[in-house]
Write a protein that binds this ligand. Structure first.
Ligand code: UDP
Ligand code: MG
Length: 312
């Protein structure tokens, strides 16, 4: 029988939430009375996440597991999950139960109206003040730089159909900013408001540094604006330089006779060197990305699968 719905769930050090997650989601899925599978992607956890999933999977073949050979990051883990999931619809969610399983029903109802992708958006974000400010700035900068129409208050939970998943898998880039790719695919999309809860147990794996990394990645993957900025600033400096030079020449022959002044020269030199290095740095970041892409390495490496057929 064909699977109607696949839950795609990346896990990384989630031993404290797995049982609860499976309990709550299967309860919901049974109520809906459809054929389903839950595809977990272990992203290199070293705790009991894998043994727990395997133990449950031994009794229920609808619980599936892909073990990646080391920590690839959530973006690659999700890609692995989409590669293996076989459902007609795929629902992506985190295992920490921040997005409640009872919303699965509404996601299905919405996508059955004929959309290819339905996003969850949060009514209110249950997060610390600093985190909320940070994510506000992050998303607005991102919208500006990339021009992508990313909805406000985006939640992790979202559902999409096979056609959308197929298109997603055609994106082969190593630097993958998932939200950007989801928007870039286009197709018919809709969104529903969902409740948000606290993390059920365990800790968030995204600290400030990781979040900053993600933000910069996103900007550099979807925008050439930083390169254009370098060009514009360069032109501006040339113009200012010419104007300064002309002013000095005129002043020299009319009002004052310039003598000393090396502090100002040193100052100007240091500043312009700094600006040059800064933009060489930006160009280098893009070159680094090109280098990484050009190697064309596989996006993820699978150690083992449970209740699934090996691919590749
Ligand atoms: N995750 C992952 N690989 C990583 C880090 C996180 O697969 O390197 C998974 C993690 O198990 C969880 C999801 O990404 O399912 C989101 O992580 P978390 O809940 O810690 O982030 P937050 O909700 O606080 O942004
Ligand atoms: Mg979370």
């Amino acid at each position: 029988m064909e699977t109607e719905l696949s839950l795609v769930v990346p896990v990384y050090f989630e031993e404290e939430v797995i049982r609860r997650f499976i309990f709550e989601t299967t309860q919901e899925l049974e109520l809906l009375g459809l054929s389903y599978e839950i595809v977990f992607i272990d992203d290199g956890s070293l705790d009991n996440t894998v043994p727990i999933i395997k133990e449950i999977a031994a009794d229920d073949t609808r619980i599936k597991l892909i073990e990646l050979s080391y920590n690839h990051g959530k973006q690659a883990a999700l890609t692995a999950g989409i590669t293996y999931a076989s459902g007609e619809y795929l629902l992506y969610m985190d295992p920490d139960l921040q997005d409640p399983p009872k919303e699965i029903k509404r996601f299905l109802e919405e996508i059955h109206k004929g959309y290819d992708l339905v996003f969850g958006v949060r009514k209110e974000k249950k997060d610390t003040f600093v985190n909320r400010i940070f994510s506000k700035i992050f998303w607005s900068v991102l919208r500006k730089f990339t021009g992508l129409q990313i909805p406000k208050g985006l939640a992790v939970m979202r559902i999409f159909n096979r056609k959308f998943a197929q298109q997603f898998l055609k994106y082969k880039e190593q630097n993958r900013f998932i939200e950007g790719i989801f928007m870039h695919i286009g197709m018919h999309r809709s969104q529903i408001e969902i409740e948000q809860r606290e993390r059920y147990a365990g800790k968030s794996k995204f600290n400030f540094k990781k979040k900053m990394e993600l933000a910069f990645n996103a900007i550099f993957d979807f925008s050439e604006l930083p390169l254009k900025l370098a060009l514009r600033l360069g032109v501006l400096f040339i113009l200012v330089g010419i104007a300064t030079f002309l002013t000095i020449v005129v002043l020299k022959f009319t009002v004052v006779d310039f003598q000393s002044g090396w502090p100002s020269i040193i100052g100007a030199l240091i500043i312009s060197t700094g600006i040059l290095l800064f933009f060489i740095g930006i160009a280098a970041l893009y070159i680094g990305k090109v280098y990484k892409e050009s190697k064309g390495r596989p996006l993820f490496s699978v150690l083992d699968v449970t209740n699934l057929k090996e691919k590749q």
